[in-house]
Each structure stands twice: as C-alpha cells, then as structure tokens.
Design a binder for this molecule. Structure first.
Ligand code: HEC
Ligand code: HEC
Ligand code: HEC
Ligand code: HEC
Length: 119
C-alpha cells in the first residue's frame, strides 16, 4: 500500500515535469530536440564545436521566411507589437534574438523600449 502511494506520487511528479517541459523549460535547441530536430539539422554537422553558430538560412529552411513566421503568429492573434519579424534592421540574424543553448534576447531593446518575450 505504501509502495503504491509512493508510485502514484512519483507518477504525478513526472507528469508535471513532462508538461512543464513541453510548455517552457529548456532552451530553443532542447525544445527542437523534443520535436525530433537533430544537432546536425541546425548545425550541418553532427558534433558542433565550441563557437559554432547556426546560419539564418538553416532556420528558414524549416520556418520559411520572416513573413511566413509573422503571418503564423498573427493568425493566432497573439502577436507582440511592434512585430519583431518585420523591422528596419534588414538582414537581421535569427540568432541575434533566438539563442540555441542559452536564454534568448531582445536585440531591439538596445535602442527601443519594447517588452518582447523571445522564445
Ligand atoms: C528541422 C526543422 C527546423 C529547424 C532547422 C529549425 N526549426 Fe524551429 N521549429 C521547428 C518545428 C517543427 C517547430 C514547432 C512548430 C512551430 O512552432 O513551427 C519549431 C518551433 C520554433 C519556435 C517556437 C517554439 C519554441 O519552442 O520556441 C522558434 C522560436 C523556432 N522554432 C526558432 C528556430 C530558429 C531560430 C532556428 C534556427 C536556429 C530554428 N527554429 C530551426 C523546426 C525547425
Ligand atoms: C528581434 C528579435 C527577433 C528576431 C531577429 C527573430 N525573432 Fe523570431 N520571435 C521573436 C519574438 C519576440 C517572438 C515571439 C513573437 C510573438 O509571440 O509575437 C518570436 C517568435 C518566433 C517563432 C514562433 C512562431 C509561432 O508560431 O509562435 C518562430 C518560429 C521564430 N520566431 C523564428 C524566427 C526565425 C527563423 C528568425 C530568423 C529568420 C527569427 N525568428 C528572428 C523575436 C525575434
Ligand atoms: C534549433 C537549432 C539548434 C539545435 C537543434 C542545436 N543547436 Fe547548437 N546552437 C544553436 C545556436 C543558435 C547556437 C549559437 C549559440 C547560441 O545561440 O546558444 C548553437 C551553438 C552551439 C555550440 C557552440 C556553443 C558555444 O558557446 O561555443 C555547440 C557546441 C552546440 N551548439 C552543440 C549542439 C549539440 C551537441 C546539439 C544537439 C544535441 C545542438 N547544438 C543542437 C542552435 C541549435
Ligand atoms: C541601433 C539602434 C536600433 C535598433 C537595434 C533597433 N532600432 Fe528601431 N529605430 C531606431 C531608430 C533610430 C529609429 C527612428 C527613431 C524615430 O523615428 O523615432 C527606429 C524606429 C523604429 C520604429 C518606428 C518606425 C516608424 O516609422 O515610426 C519601429 C517600429 C522600430 N524601430 C522597430 C524596431 C525593431 C522591431 C527592432 C528590433 C528588430 C529595432 N527597431 C531595432 C533604432 C534602432
């Protein structure tokens, strides 16, 4: 009986951990890994070295274009304003905001007071 209770408790905890994971936890690369995106799919090599980055064209290979990303967000009616994917910084790399293995950043805030939450 005691064991059963213990098991049920452990079960609940892992359920909670699993749902928290899928919602928020982990960095961008971790969240892609749970969707089956391998290291090599972003990096082009299976074992990226220190100092590696990912080129914007790799991201766009799956995500299409900045315009497509924007439209998808707008369709859901949850867009942040002004639109971070439509701006005057032409040629902006995804990585200037979206970080792979660390907290993402809002590069616009170098000059503007925009309160983006960057996934
Ligand atoms: C192999 C395809 C693939 C590549 C390469 C890829 N993504 Fe994704 N990405 C996905 C899929 C699939 C999802 C989940 C569905 C969606 O939100 O579009 C996703 C979701 C996201 C999300 C929203 C969900 C979250 O967990 O934050 C962001 C932001 C994102 N990708 C950014 C990037 C960036 C930046 C790069 C390049 C560094 C990149 N992706 C490379 C396939 C890819
Ligand atoms: C100026 C910062 C910035 C740059 C640069 C940027 N993003 Fe984003 N991205 C954001 C923010 C902020 C969000 C959350 C937007 C929202 O919810 O309105 C987001 C959301 C996303 C999403 C999730 C879309 C969804 O359906 O929820 C994807 C995918 C994405 N970005 C991909 C990219 C890719 C690929 C690039 C490069 C081509 C890129 N982003 C460049 C700030 C940026
Ligand atoms: C969604 C795309 C994506 C995936 C998947 C991904 N990475 Fe990365 N990785 C990045 C980005 C973007 C950077 C640039 C640094 C940053 O933003 O954290 C990076 C940087 C790195 C670096 C250099 C870090 C440094 O500080 O020098 C290494 C090493 C690395 N990745 C290893 C991996 C390994 C191993 C995997 C698979 C387990 C992986 N990456 C999967 C996007 C990705
Ligand atoms: C290096 C500084 C700098 C960065 C970084 C920057 N901006 Fe700007 N931005 C400016 C300046 C300067 C203006 C013009 C100021 C004005 O007219 O008020 C401006 C104007 C704007 C405007 C108003 C345009 C208009 O017609 O009124 C928007 C919207 C904007 N920026 C969005 C962004 C977004 C989104 C980002 C991040 C992707 C960003 N900016 C990054 C300097 C910057």
């Amino acid at each position: 009986m005691l064991n059963l209770k213990k098991l049920a408790f452990v079960g609940l905890c892992s359920l909670f951990a699993a749902s928290a994971m899928s919602a928020e936890a982990g960095f961008l690369a971790d969240r892609h890994a749970t969707r089956g995106v391998a290291c090599a799919t972003c990096h082009g090599v299976a074992a990226p070295e220190a100092g590696s980055t990912v080129e914007t064209k790799q991201c766009l290979g799956c995500h299409g274009s900045l315009k497509a990303i924007s439209e998808k967000i707008h369709q859901r009616g949850k867009a942040q304003s002004p639109d971070p994917h439509v701006n005057h910084s032409l040629g902006l790399n995804c990585n200037e905001c979206h970080r792979g293995h660390q907290k993402s950043v809002n590069m616009c805030s170098r000059c503007h007071i925009f309160e983006y939450k960057v996934p």
